[in-house]
Design a protein. Sequence first.
Length: 479
Amino acid sequence: MSSPERLAEAVLLPGFAGTTAPDWLRRRIAGGLGGVVLFGRNVVDDEQVAALTAQLRGERDGVVVGIDEEGGDVTRLDVGTGSFVPGPLALGAADDPELTTAVAAALGERLAACGVTVNLAPCADLTLAAEDPIIGVRAFGSDPAKASPHVAAYVTGLQKYGVAACAKHFPGHGAATEDSHVALPVLPRTVDELREIELVPFAAAIRAGVRSVMSGHLVVRAWGDEPATLNRTALTDVLRGELGFTGAVITDALEMGAVSGAYGRHDGLGRSAVRALAAGADALCLGGAAFEAPALDACVAAIVAAVSAGELPLERLEEAASRTAALGTDPAPATVGPVDRRLGLEAARKALRVRGEPRLDGPPLVVDVQTEPTIAAGPMPWGLGAHLTELVPGTRTLTATPSDADAVLEAAQGFRSVVVVTREAHRHPGVRALLAALSTVDFIRVETGVPGPADGAGPRIDTFGGSYVSLRAAAEYLA
């Protein structure tokens, strides 16, 4: 039997800074730390990630290496270029589960070559609220019956090469109108509504053999006042009891505002770790921030103290450590090679929805309307201007903010074709005002987020995502 200290280390998955493993992290892994989660700050290219994961395995075989690589708008491997595959909403729009399986398999093969053992994807959430600030294009759609086959297909494809999939964010974030990165959302759902809507894609993922599920920091009042991550009814009674899940439960990052703000303010991160384990969580993700040794020491001390006090049964901690370790299985052998965007482009082209006749009449002015990306996506290359500049000589590009209507109107003079590119315009009053101000200009609209309601009668292309391939597909259509 391992010591409580060793077991406490074994359930932690921190993030860290840098593109090589710092000395403290290497020592910690050698001593039994469960693993790590990689983010864009840890990535240069595939060869560097493969070298990094090999460095980690040099300290201990079986270390868990996670990454938050959803494809589409949320990418870590392609943080500098934009994703080589479209995101979930585009795959849902293409509505070809076999294509979804193929896209996920291509991603799984690439992750395996990079040495990743678990990918924190797919989102089994649904796009349910127009004002939803965080899921949007990360979901396969709004209809559980239509989205569920894609969730299952993604799990199957991703796990083909031995990389564990992780269905998130249980019990489903899409109906929330607050972002759990910064606040504690309460789902406006009864238990029966959850069973009929949000839980359907998670059940499909479980039937497909998903190896892990991520808990969401989401309150369901019928289950009590604690978010699912800290809620025994959610994780033990519903996820394991009703849905029959037997794999590893990974928490969403415990330092997120929904937990650290509402529950960690007085008790600290260590107490949240204890409460998550007691509720039925297995692997504790501390990955959003770049953690260092003192933060991990505090978590370990709190977990050990809870075991000593009888608050957290040792058997529960042993079970959590065992399930976490199961995510450290080496993926199938694969070789790092050049990124091939052909399959992603095929899927992105199939996802396009075209209204009217959006055709260019000469070199266009392309107006990329910038809005803040979600916290989950973070900064990444976005916009159509660079693509059309390459494909249509003479294209002029303009990066605008929602308050730049006068500048856009002035720049549009003399152009027979104007293309205005937006990202979820329906959620940004300033963008809607900009579009209204351009009513005297005949322009083609390209919407790269959740389409939202129809606004205006002009020609329009919906891409259902802002990945490299989704933008490229729209540019090729116009060119």
